[in-house]
Design a protein around this ligand. Structure first.
Ligand code: FES
Length: 159
């Protein structure tokens, strides 16, 4: 009987040791694991407003190129990426922001002002100044960004 009590006490101490060790291990281990895998589990990209520059730079009726750099994080790796956006306004208040990436195979288009066209040199495509396809193989107009003006600065939503 005395031996049985000793075993019960010994069993309880063993259980308590394991339980306390488990709690301490979980207390340190779970945050450590979360810290390590969090960047890999993060959503692909969360969009944010990217500042382009002063709205006064945009000439009425002429697509104006803005270039800026954004940081993109993929897992543990952070890259700096250049973003180029053409902004068009006809009245100085309403802005259209267009990607400079051709919708055919992804070459960069450039605005040719004396021909009034965005030109893609890869397969001789043309886009009108509002981004509509004017000629060539692109399947759709230039992609557009959501754009806003705040305190004279232009921002596009991207990432
Ligand atoms: S990539 Fe622009 S026309 Fe083909």
């Amino acid at each position: 009987m005395n031996d049985k009590k000793k075993l019960d006490r010994r069993g309880f101490l063993g259980f308590a040791t394991w339980a306390i060790g488990g709690i301490i291990g979980a207390g340190f281990g779970i945050p450590a694991i979360a810290y390590i895998i969090a960047p890999a589990m993060r959503k692909e990209e969360e969009q944010e407003w990217i500042r382009l520059g002063s709205a006064s730079k945009v000439e009425l009726g002429t697509p104006t190129l803005f270039k800026t750099k954004i940081e993109k994080q993929t897992g543990w790796i952070t890259n700096e990426e250049e973003v180029s956006v053409y902004v068009l306004t006809e009245n100085g208040r309403d802005f259209v922001a267009m990607s400079n990436i051709c919708t055919h195979l992804g070459c960069r288009v450039r605005w040719i002002s004396d021909q009034d066209v965005f030109f893609c040199p890869c397969h001789n495509a043309g886009f009108a100044k509002n981004g509509d396809v004017a000629s060539g193989p692109p399947p759709r107009p230039l992609d557009q960004y959501q754009v806003k003006e705040e305190d004279g600065q232009l921002f596009v939503l991207g990432g």
